[in-house]
Design a protein around this ligand. Structure first.
Ligand code: UT7
Length: 342
């Protein structure tokens, strides 16, 4: 039994905001942003677009790839074949209830699918893949899962902090994970073969949306001076991230008993190109091994890895049988990685 990614999709809002556009609003400049992060642009959703809108579009793209048929009836039929929808996000449509996965379930007409959200910061998609595979594996009646990472980070940007506001963008990526008869071990193994998931909650305050939760709810008649936003201790997250990336790659290689040469591509969470380069340097891994598209999309949190997988997949950058490693880190603090035989 194997858990194979049989299709991918992505959705990014059309409104592209360059570093120069940011500099018109905040005290920053293109040179600083590029040299410190590798970011050249980000895409921001318009005011009417929520997390589920981008997620729905990414999910549709994945379902169309799965069936090879973009007609409305084919899409409806494909949605009925889903047993599970898992959506990872830090910027869901609603606070706590209902889950955004349930909104997708309804809008796709995926009547046979259970649906739930996952909160694991930027590692959410990695957690989501492992969760979906576990849920498919434990029940013979389940065959197919839709796993989505989707974010509208522009809605929680702290515009008073130039160190963080330039980092984030909006977007969504989705994959269809299917339980197949292919082997999950041995030379012909396929699909998601290994994951490492971890957390260090002692760093929870380094990436946090302080207001609005049960710890610090809004009060009746309170006048809110600043809308809810993501507060970040950039230095602390940077240090955590470089170690998390290096340690997770090492742990995955050791657990598999393979060297880096056996890995076709590493798809890291796209938070900062410097984080990836520093971890790569520490391990002696050449930059070309890492797939980076941060220059165009900035940090889209839980969406960054599935967006990258879709771009690689559609551009022919992944061949059947390639060993792909995903590596993530982020709010929680969380970290993790998957090994997927494409
Ligand atoms: O998904 C996980 C989410 N978060 C992350 O991955 C973030 C991890 N952290 C980082 O990527 C880096 O810490 C940052 C990119 C956020 C910051 O880079 P840094 O090299 O650690 O910069 P810094 O905060 O130490 O600031 C250095 C200088 C400061 O000026 P002074 O005090 O040296 O004069 C800042 O005020 O850069 C200044 N600065 C900026 N200048 C122009 C900070 N942000 C900006 C900016 N434009 N946007």
């Amino acid at each position: 039994m194997a858990f194979e990614i049989i299709a991918t999709g992505k959705a990014v809002p059309p409104h592209r905001v360059t570093n120069d556009d940011m500099a018109a609003k905040v005290d920053t400049n293109d040179e600083w942003i590029r040299s410190h992060t590798g970011i050249g642009a980000r895409h921001f959703a318009d005011a009417d677009t929520a997390c589920s809108d981008l997620a729905l579009e990414a999910a549709k793209q994945a379902l169309i790839m799965m069936t090879g048929d973009d007609r409305e009836e084919a899409l409806k039929e494909a949605a009925l074949s889903l047993d599970m929808i898992v959506l990872a996000s830090a910027t869901t449509d609603y606070y706590g209830c209902p889950s955004t996965a349930c909104l997708i379930q309804d809008r796709l007409g995926a009547k046979n699918a259970a649906a739930m959200d996952i909160t694991a910061g930027c590692t959410g998609f990695i957690y989501g893949l492992e969760t979906a595979a576990g849920l498919l594996g434990i029940n013979p009646g389940r065959k197919r899962a839709l796993v989505i990472g989707s974010e509208i980070l522009s809605r929680v940007i702290d515009w008073s902090d130039r160190g963080s506001c330039v980092l984030f963008g909006d977007g969504s990526g989705a994959v269809i994970l299917e339980k197949t008869d292919a082997p999950s071990q041995g030379p012909d193994r396929r699909g998601l073969v290994r994951s490492i998931l971890g957390a260090d909650g002692s760093g929870a305050q380094h990436l946090v949306i302080h207001r609005g939760g049960s710890r610090d709810p809004y009060k009746t008649d309170e006048v809110v001076a600043v809308s809810p936003h993501l507060a970040m201790n950039g230095r602390a997250v940077y240090t955590f991230a470089v170690k998390a990336v290096a340690d997770t790659i090492t742990a995955l290689l050791e657990a598999e008993g393979i060297g880096i040469d056996s890995v076709a591509r590493i798809v890291p969470h796209q938070a900062n190109a410097r984080i990836v380069q520093a971890a790569g340097k520490r391990l002696g891994i050449p930059d070309e091994k890492f797939f980076l598209n941060i220059e165009e999309y900035a940090n889209t949190s839980a969406a960054s890895i599935p967006i990258a997988l879709d771009e690689l997949n559609r551009s022919g950058g992944l061949k059947k049988g390639d060993l792909v490693m995903t590596i993530g880190f982020g709010g929680g603090l969380t970290y993790g990685g998957n090994i997927i035989i494409w």
